[in-house]
Design a protein around this ligand. Structure first.
Ligand code: GDP
Length: 422
């Protein structure tokens, strides 16, 4: 293993920058810069020197092998937050045989050294990406090992089943071989039910993690852009306003009481002769159709019929100047009805995250589904050997959920989402 380092804080100007140094020789390299670091997990104020030159004054912390984030010996340098200081320290570390870390390399080492399981790594990634409080809470549950605890419990049930089957093979009556005890199938049924419940909660949990997409649809001049602008002015709600992935769809990110919601303005939804524009319009319509929910907006309180899906919201626009007909009416001019609209939206979306489970990633979902399928194959009458084979298959799938067995390319995918310094 190489000695690696990276700035763990965001780069740029700030009060303090944190540089992490991990791997064999971390202590020597840190002491050669900072002087003696006698006690682990203590902070020392040190003058950093390189070849007689003073670089900076910094707090230096030292973690022993087996008691750090990566599991390796690690030093953390908290220097003044100027990129030129960070660069100078990087230079001094490279002169001491350290190399810059790759994206996610610290976390990868934490995983390889058994400090975190793969689900926890995914939880950490989610936490770093979390925008809303609900996302933070969900990520923390995964990061704190909830998936592993559950998986370990299921694994213990499989081990018990395996033992019962073994015993039936060992003591089988010559006349009645492969007589698998009934208890195995009872355990299997209970296990399959529990795993099913977790799988059922996946979609909801995934929505918490990735957020919802809500499209505002309606004919031209219905007031869609005005509504999205009005929503964007509610400063408490705004996370960011970014141009859409296509030029026809504008996206607004909202934090709706913890739900991450991307509101799509499909203002491009109109008939047009221009070919390029037509392409954009059909893309916008596809996005709107694929969204979790549509707000159908018009001064006449009419839905866009070919996009209407049960659960959508019908909203009358321009409430300040039209005869009110609908239950939900908004005016982007006066702000009337906006809070009610957001309240209704929240209620509908919140319903869809009820029962959110701890399975938050597609990868975990697939491995768990495999485990469940294997367990469902545990039925009487097929002999002890085959039954035992399915138990082993289920255990292997459970192991993959937390990455006890994992191929390298698999890990590359997981860690590629991390940035340098993590
Ligand atoms: P879009 O084509 O659906 O995006 O519609 P716009 O948001 O561009 O609005 C079309 C026209 O209706 C503009 O002239 C707006 O100023 C006007 N408009 C939009 N919302 C309201 C509203 O709540 N009240 C009033 N009085 N006019 C509105």
């Amino acid at each position: 293993m190489d000695l690696i380092f990276a700035e763990a804080s965001p780069s740029g100007r700030g009060g303090v920058s944190v540089i992490r140094l991990s791997g064999p020789g971390a202590r020597n390299a840190a002491e050669s810069l900072a002087g003696a670091l006698p006690l682990a997990r203590h902070a020392y104020l040190r003058t950093l020197r390189d070849g007689g030159e003073i670089i900076d004054q910094a707090l230096v912390l030292w973690f022993q092998e087996g008691a750090s984030f990566t599991g390796e010996e690690t030093a953390e340098i908290q220097c003044h937050g100027a990129s030129v200081v960070v660069r100078r320290i990087a230079h001094a570390l490279m002169a001491r045989s350290a190399r810059p870390a790759e994206a996610g390399e610290f976390t990868r080492r934490a995983f390889l050294n058994g400090r975190m399981d793969l689900a926890e790594v995914e939880g950490l990634g989610d936490l770093l990406a979390a925008e809303t409080d609900l996302q933070r809470r969900q990520a923390m549950r995964v990061l704190s090992g909830e998936v592993r605890e559950r998986v370990d419990r299921w694994r213990r049930a499989l081990i018990r089943m395996g033992a019962l089957i073994e015993a039936s093979i060992d003591f089988a009556d010559e006349e009645v071989p492969d007589d698998v005890p009934e208890e195995v199938f009872e355990l299997a049924q209970a296990l399959a039910r529990e795993i099913s419940r977790e799988l059922d909660g996946f979609q909801a949990a995934e929505r918490v993690r990735n957020g919802f997409e809500v499209a505002i649809v309606g004919r031209p001049n219905a007031g869609k852009s005005s509504l999205i602008n009005r929503l964007a002015r509610r400063e408490v709600a705004i996370v960011s306003e970014v141009p859409g992935t296509t030029r026809d769809v504008l996206e607004l990110r909202l934090d709706l009481q913890g739900l991450a919601v991307t509101v799509l303005d499909t203002a491009g939804l109109r008939e047009t002769g221009d070919q390029v524009e037509r392409l954009g319009v059909s893309r916008a319509a596809e996005r709107a159709a694929a969204a979790d929910l549509r707000i159908h907006l018009s001064p006449e309180n009419q839905a866009v019929s070919d996009l209407w899906t049960p659960g959508d919201l019908l909203v009358q626009s321009k409430a300040d100047v039209v005869d009110l007909r609908g239950e939900l009416a908004v005016s982007s001019a006066t702000g009337e009805g906006i809070e009610r609209l957001l309240g209704s939206l929240y209620e509908r979306l919140q319903d869809r995250i009820a029962g959110a489970g701890m399975v938050t990633h597609e990868r975990q979902f697939h491995e768990l589904s495999w485990a469940k399928q294997e367990i469902e194959r545990l039925v009487p009458g097929q002999g002890a050997e085959i039954t035992a084979e399915h138990v082993r298959g289920a255990a292997a799938s459970l192991d993959r959920v937390v990455g006890r067995i994992a191929a390298d390319d698999y890990l590359d995918v997981v860690f590629s989402s991390f940035c340098i310094g993590k």
